[in-house]
Design a protein around this ligand. Structure first.
Ligand code: 26Q
Length: 822
C-alpha cells in the first residue's frame, strides 16, 4: 500500500475530529475567514451560517464515511427510497440536535456577537416537495438514520423548489424559489458517480450466434445525471445516511462535437434542454397529466438511481446477480418513480445480458410500491405515444410485462375480458395510456397504503381486482412524523416540561411518551402545560403579526388549518364556520362564545382555479372581519402566506385546535394531524385517513368528531340535494346569503359564484353543505370544552401522551420488519 492509500485508511477509521470547544471555534473561524474569505459577519448572517454548516459538516464527514463503509461491507439488505420529492426544510438545527452540539455552537458564536437563532434564520428551506408525500420522505430519512437502517434517499436536485407564495389583494402570487442562489453548504457534489441517461432514439433488434434476440436502444439523445449528496445524521448514534439528489447536465460529446460542428446556438439550445430536466419541481400535489418534462424527470431519477446501484453491485460482485434481490430493495414513493420497474428490466437484460425470467424475478423481488391517494383522478397515466417517442425501449418492455401479466389474469378468470381490460397496464381508448399504478403493482412484491382506512379502501375499491389476484402483496403502513423535529426541536418549552415530568427516555423511544397520561388531571402540571402553550402561542402570534400585520391574542383559542389547498380538504367548510361565527357576533349572540383566532394557510397548485378562489374567499372574509372593531374581541382571521416546513415549526406548537376536516374517504392519511397531536393540539376532524387511528389512540372523548362516514356516502349521494339542506338549515342559509349578497366582495362582483355553485351542486363530491351542521355542532363542543380550561388541558396532555404510535420511527420499524426485511 502506498503512502496515499494508507493516509486514506487512517482518515477512514477516524470518526471525525474530536469535538471540543476550542477546535470547534477554530473550525468556525477557519471556514469563515479562509473557506469563505470573509472578515465581516454582514447583516444577512448568511456567511456565518455557511461557515457554521461547514464546521458541523466536518463533524459529520468521518461518521458519514464510516456509515457508508459499514453499509457496503456488511452483507445486509439495503434500501433505496426513491422519491420525486424530499421536503427537508432546514437542516442546521436538526444536525445540532442530533449531534448534541447546541451548547458548543452557541458558545462559538459568542465571538461573533450573534445569537444562534439569527444564524438559523439565514438558512433557506430545502423545499423540494409539494406537501405530505415529500415531507413524509424527509421524516422517513430522519427515522432511518436514527434507527441505524441502511437506507439511501434518491431524488432530484431541483434548481427551483416549491414556489414562494405571496398574497396580493387576496390572490395567490407565485414566485420562484431560488434556494441555491447562496449555495447550499450541506451538499457535496460527486461527479465521479455521474450516470448517463438515454432519451428518444429507436430500438434495434439483432440475433446473436446462439439465436438469442437482443435489443439495442440506439440514436439516443443522452443526458448526464450528476449526484449531490446530503448527509442525514441519526439521533445521537454516530450514523450518517445519505440523501443523493441528481442534477441533469449536458454530456461531454455535446461540448466537443456539437460546438465544433459550428452550430453554436443549436448546441447551446440542446444544453438547455438537458439542464431543463431538473430545473423545477412541479407544484401540483395531484398528478398534472401528460406533461412531457415530468415524465423525463421520472425516468431520469429512476434510471440514474438504478444504474448507481447496479454499477456499485458490479464493481463488487461482477455481473452475477444471483444474490441481488437479497441485498437490495427499491421503495417507490407513489407511482412517480414507477417507471423503475421497466428500467430495471431493461438494465438487467440489455446492459447485463440477462434473459426475461431471471430479470423479472429480480425486479419483482426488489420493487415495493407505496400508494398515497384514493382520488381516481390523481392516478398517473401517460399517453402511449409519448412513451413511444421519449422512451421507446421502455414501452416495449411495458408491453411485454403486460402481455405476460394478462395471461395470468386470464388463467385466474378465464374468459373475463372486462377484467383484463380493467386490470391491463395499458388503458385502451382514443388516446391509449400507460397506467403507472398498474405497472407498479404488477412489478412489486409489496403494495402499501398509508393508514388503515386508506389501505382497506384500496383493497376493497381501487385495487380490488389486484387484491383478489395477489392478496399477499397488500399491506398497511400508517404514516408517522419524526418526534425530533416535530416536538423536540420545534417545541423546546414543552420538551423541557415533559422531561421534567417523565425523564428523557421518551426522546429516544417515543412510545414512552404515554407515561405522561397519568398526569393529565394533575393541577400543577396542567398549569405548567398551559403556561408552555401560552408561550408558544405568543411566539406564533409574533409570526402572524410579521407575516400578515394582524394581531393574534394568545388569550384566545388558536384554531389552525394548514395544508395544501384542495377542495377535498375543505378549507371552504372552515371558512363557512368562520362566517357563521361572524354573523353570530354581529347579532350579539356571543354568550359562552370562546374568542378565536383562525389561521388558514397553504399553497394552491398554480393552475387549480377553485383552490385559488378559495384562497381569495378566505382572504376577503379575513379582511372584512379584521376591519370590524366590534368583532375583534371575538374573532380574528388570517390567511397565512407561504406556509412551509419552517412555518409549521412555529405553528404547530402554538395551536389549540387542529382542523382535519376532509370529506370521508379522501385524505389517504394526513401527517399534519400528527404534528398537532404531538404538540398537544386537539383535533376537530372527520373519520378519514389517520384521524381514525388517532381517535382510537386518544379516545372519542378527547377528539371532536363530526361529519359523514364512509359507509353513509353511497346513501347520501343517491339523493343529495344541497339546496334542500341549505333551505332547511337557517344557519347555513344565512351564511350563503351573506356570501351571495356580495358582502365580502363589494367591489369584485361575482367572483365567488363558482364557490356558491359548487356548494349548491347536487354532484358536489365534497359534501360541504351536508357536513356543515355537524361541523358547527362540533365547533360548539370545542367552545364548551375550552371554557373549562382544566378539561381542555387534560385533553391536550392526553393527546400528546397518545401520540406515540404516530412517530415515524414506529412506521419505519414496520417497513423494516415487514417489507424490507432488514
Ligand atoms: C404527479 C404527476 C405530475 C405532477 C405532480 C404529481 C404529484 C405530485 C405530488 C402527485 C401527487 C403528489 C403528492 C401527493 C401527496 O402529498 N399525498 C399525500 O401524501 C401524504 C403522505 O402519505 C398523505 O398523508 C396525504 O393524505 C396525501 O394526500
Amino acid at each position: 500500500m502506498n503512502d496515499k492509500a494508507s493516509f486514506c485508511e487512517v482518515i477512514r477509521r477516524d470518526d471525525g475530529p474530536a469535538i471540543n470547544e476550542e477546535t470547534f471555534k477554530d473550525d468556525l473561524t477557519r471556514h469563515f475567514y479562509y473557506t469563505l474569505g470573509r472578515d465581516k459577519v454582514g447583516t444577512s448572517r448568511s456567511y456565518l451560517y455557511q461557515a457554521l454548516v461547514l464546521s458541523i459538516r466536518d463533524q459529520l464527514i468521518g461518521r458519514w464515511r464510516a456509515s457508508r463503509d459499514d453499509h457496503r461491507s456488511q452483507s445486509h439488505r439495503q434500501v433505496a427510497y426513491m422519491s420525486l420529492e424530499f421536503l427537508m426544510g432546514r437542516s442546521l438545527n436538526n444536525a445540532m440536535l442530533n449531534l448534541d452540539l447546541e451548547d458548543r455552537v452557541r458558545e462559538a458564536l459568542e465571538q461573533y456577537c450573534c445569537e444562534l437563532e439569527e444564524v438559523e434564520a439565514a438558512e433557506h428551506d430545502a423545499g423540494l416537495g409539494n406537501g405530505g408525500l415529500g415531507r413524509l420522505a424527509a421524516c422517513f430519512m430522519d427515522s432511518c438514520a436514527s434507527l441505524g437502517l441502511p437506507v439511501t434517499g434518491y431524488g432530484i436536485r431541483y434548481e427551483y423548489g416549491m414556489f414562494n407564495q405571496s398574497i396580493d389583494n387576496g390572490h395567490q402570487i407565485e414566485q420562484p424559489d431560488n434556494w441555491l442562489r447562496e449555495d447550499y453548504p450541506w451538499e457535496i457534489k460527486a461527479p465521479d458517480d455521474c450516470r448517463r441517461i438515454k432519451f428518444f432514439g429507436r430500438v434495434e433488434v439483432y440475433e446473436d450466434k446462439n439465436g438469442r434476440q437482443h435489443h439495442q436502444w440506439v440514436d439516443t439523445r443522452d443526458v448526464l445525471a450528476v449526484p449531490y449528496d446530503i448527509p442525514v445524521p441519526g439521533f445521537r448514534n454516530n450514523i450518517v445516511n445519505t440523501l443523493r439528489l441528481w442534477k441533469s447536465e449536458a454530456t461531454d460529446e455535446f461540448n466537443l462535437s456539437e460546438f465544433n460542428a459550428g452550430s453554436y446556438s443549436e448546441a447551446v439550445a440542446q444544453k438547455n434542454l438537458a439542464e431543463q430536466i431538473t430545473m423545477v419541481l412541479y407544484p401540483n400535489d395531484s398528478s398534472e397529466n401528460g406533461k412531457e418534462l415530468r415524465l423525463r424527470q421520472q425516468y431520469f431519477l429512476s434510471s440514474a438511481t438504478l444504474q448507481d446501484i447496479l454499477v456499485q453491485w458490479v464493481e463488487r460482485y461482477g455481473e452475477d446477480f444471483t444474490y441481488f434481490s437479497e441485498l437490495h430493495v427499491f421503495q417507490l414513493n407513489d407511482t412517480h418513480p414507477s417507471i423503475a420497474v421497466a428500467e430495471l428490466m431493461r438494465l438487467l437484460m440489455d446492459e447485463y445480458g440477462m434473459s426475461w425470467q431471471p430479470a423479472w424475478n429480480i425486479t419483482t423481488a426488489t420493487m415495493a410500491y407505496t400508494n398515497h391517494t384514493l382520488l381516481p383522478e390523481a392516478l398517473e397515466k401517460w399517453p402511449v405515444w409519448l412513451f413511444a417517442k421519449l422512451l421507446p425501449r421502455l414501452l416495449e418492455i411495458i408491453y411485454e410485462i403486460n402481455a405476460r401479466f394478462l395471461q395470468q389474469v386470464a388463467m385466474k378468470w378465464p374468459g373475463d375480458v372486462d377484467k383484463q381490460a380493467a386490470m391491463s397496464i395499458i388503458e385502451e381508448g382514443d388516446v391509449p395510456q400507460v397506467r403507472m399504478a398498474h405497472l407498479a403493482i404488477v412489478g412489486s412484491f409489496s403494495v402499501n397504503g398509508v393508514a388503515e382506512l386508506h389501505t382497506r379502501l384500496l383493497r376493497e375499491g381501487l385495487f380490488n381486482h389486484f387484491d383478489q389476484l395477489w392478496p399477499e402483496k397488500f399491506n398497511n403502513k400508517t404514516n408517522g412524523v419524526t418526534p425530533r423535529r416535530w416536538l423536540h426541536h420545534c417545541n423546546p418549552i414543552l420538551t423541557q416540561l415533559i422531561s421534567e415530568k417523565i425523564g428523557t427516555e421518551w426522546v429516544s423511544d417515543f412510545s414512552k411518551i404515554n407515561q405522561l397520561a397519568p398526569f393529565h388531571a394533575d393541577e400543577k402540571f396542567q398549569q405548567q402545560w398551559q403556561a408552555a402553550k401560552f408561550k408558544n402561542k405568543q411566539r406564533l402570534a409574533l409570526l402572524v403579526k410579521e407575516a400578515t400585520g394582524v394581531e393574534f391574542d394568545p388569550a384566545m383559542l388558536f384554531d389552525v388549518q394548514v395544508k395544501r389547498i384542495h377542495e377535498y380538504k375543505r378549507q371552504l367548510l372552515n371558512i363557512l364556520h368562520v362566517i357563521h361565527r361572524y354573523e353570530r357576533i354581529r347579532l350579539g349572540d356571543t354568550d359562552n362564545m370562546v374568542p378565536r383566532c383562525v389561521l388558514i394557510g397553504g399553497k394552491a397548485a398554480p393552475g387549480y382555479f377553485m383552490a385559488k378562489t378559495i384562497i381569495k374567499l378566505i382572504s376577503n372574509v379575513a379582511a372584512t372581519i379584521n376591519a370590524d372593531a366590534a368583532v375583534k374581541p371575538y374573532l380574528r382571521v388570517v390567511f397565512f402566506p407561504n406556509y412551509n416546513v419552517t412555518a409549521m415549526e412555529k405553528i404547530c406548537p402554538g395551536t389549540d385546535l387542529s382542523e382535519q376536516i376532509s370529506t370521508a374517504g379522501k385524505e389517504a392519511s394526513g401527517t399534519g394531524n400528527m404534528k398537532f397531536m404531538m404538540n398537544g393540539g386537539l383535533t376537530i376532524g372527520t373519520l378519514d385517513g389517520a384521524n381514525v387511528e388517532m381517535l382510537e389512540a386518544v379516545g372519542q372523548e378527547n377528539f371532536f368528531l363530526f361529519g359523514a362516514r364512509i359507509e353513509q356516502l353511497d346513501d347520501i349521494f343517491s339523493d343529495y340535494s344541497p339546496n334542500q339542506t341549505i333551505a332547511s338549515d337557517p344557519e347555513l342559509k344565512e351564511v350563503l346569503r351573506l356570501i351571495e349578497s356580495g358582502h365580502f366582495n363589494l367591489f369584485e362582483p361575482g367572483i365567488f359564484q363558482p364557490i356558491i355553485d359548487a356548494i349548491r351542486s347536487p354532484t358536489d363530491p365534497w359534501l360541504t353543505a351536508y357536513d356543515f351542521a355537524s361541523y358547527i355542532e362540533a365547533q360548539q363542543r370545542v367552545d364548551q370544552v375550552y371554557l373549562d380550561q382544566s378539561q381542555w388541558t387534560s385533553m391536550s396532555i392526553l393527546n400528546t401522551a397518545a401520540s406515540g404510535p404516530f412517530s415515524s420511527d414506529r412506521t419505519i420499524r414496520e417497513y423494516s420488519e415487514n417489507i424490507w426485511n432488514l
